[in-house]
Design a protein around this ligand. Structure first.
Ligand SMILES: [Fe+2]
Ligand SMILES: [Fe+2]
Length: 322
């Protein structure tokens, strides 16, 4: 398809330092500043948020920022580990040396991103992330892990994780863009420039990755038989439930528990906050904030062209099929 850069073009850009993420930066964090736009945090979507004091909202925002970093890292490590390596042997990928090179570069870059975000989280909260401990909030849910494993074991037949990967990479890009263009939060003042700088750097590699994802989707999914595409579409929809429904053992609730550990005066309000987060599974505006055309226009364009996604809006509330 014409809209993706050719593999040779992607590889040329990847060789140009101006288009590559710097990961060896020394980041200085100002802990009096929020880390992410408030709309990217779960409690923001609930009535509880406005009733919290500023210092509680600020700490909640910062912990949510660490959780978001962990989510980006999860994609970068688990998906790469289970899925990208075997994808190299997919016949349509293996037949295109330029695409194989682009995929290999992407694998190497994601490993560096993982280390960069781990270092950022450690700089923010060395007590939560001692050396060797990279995940505090986001143990991959069993269901998602199983789906990643299936994706990897059958990578040559089942490319459904590529749609997910494109959606997540594009939403990380949009977040970084938004942090750069709107550094002022609604109630907590300006974002921390150190935290923002890491996301801004991440954007450089991810802008290329989106094209690699597009080429891989064309090679592995768009050209598959209708039966296989239908199976992939069903697996993709099944995978979404692990992402869109906050659970009691999930990372959103773990953020609340950490908030209460940090600020024990909130202990009496812990059940109320947890209940509010769990209720988001049926909250339309929150569900819209996870997947929508504003933050993932390219991905939604790919969904629009996929006949098997005619009913996707039932599982992905924010998907407005065009
Ligand atoms: Fe990345
Ligand atoms: Fe990426």
């Amino acid at each position: 398809m014409k809209r993706w850069l050719a593999p040779e073009h992607i590889n040329r850009l990847a060789a140009d330092p101006a288009h590559c993420t710097r990961t060896e930066m020394t980041v200085v964090i100002d802990s009096s500043r929020p880390f992410v736009p408030e709309v990217y945090t779960q409690l923001w979507h609930t009535p509880v948020y406005a009733s919290l004091h500023r210092e509680h909202r600020l700490r909640y925002n910062q912990l949510s920022g660490l959780r978001i970093n962990e989510y980006i890292m999860m994609l970068e490590s688990d998906l790469v580990e289970h899925f990208h390596e075997p994808l190299r042997r997919h016949p349509k990928v293996a037949a295109d040396p330029g695409l194989v090179q682009a995929l290999e570069t992407m694998i190497a870059e994601e490993r560096r991103h993982f280390d960069g975000f781990a270092a950022l989280n450690r700089a923010c909260r060395p007590d939560i992330y001692p050396p060797g401990h990279e995940r505090h909030f986001s143990q991959l849910p069993f269901w998602t892990k199983t789906m990643f494993r299936i994706a990897g074991a059958f990578a040559q037949k089942l490319g459904f994780a590529l749609w997910y990967q494109m959606a997540m990479e594009e939403s990380a890009l949009s977040l970084a863009r938004e942090m750069g263009s709107h550094p002022m939060t609604e109630t907590l003042g300006p974002l921390d420039p150190g935290f923002v700088s890491v996301h801004h750097e991440h954007m450089k590699d991810e802008a290329r990755h989106l094209h690699v994802d597009g080429l891989l989707i064309d090679a592995c999914l768009s050209s598959a038989s209708p039966g296989r595409r239908a199976l992939n579409a069903r697996l993709f929809a099944a995978m979404l439930s692990g992402v869109t429904r906050p659970t009691r053992s999930g990372s959103g609730v773990k953020v609340i528990r950490q908030l209460v550990r940090d600020m024990p005066e909130l202990k009496a309000r812990e059940p109320e906050m947890i209940k509010a987060v769990l209720a988001l599974k049926d909250h339309r505006a929150f569900q819209n904030s996870l997947f929508n055309r504003r933050i993932m226009p390219v991905t939604f364009g790919v969904f629009d062209e996929t006949p098997e996604f005619a009913e996707l809006g039932r599982r992905m509330i924010g998907y407005d099929r065009r």
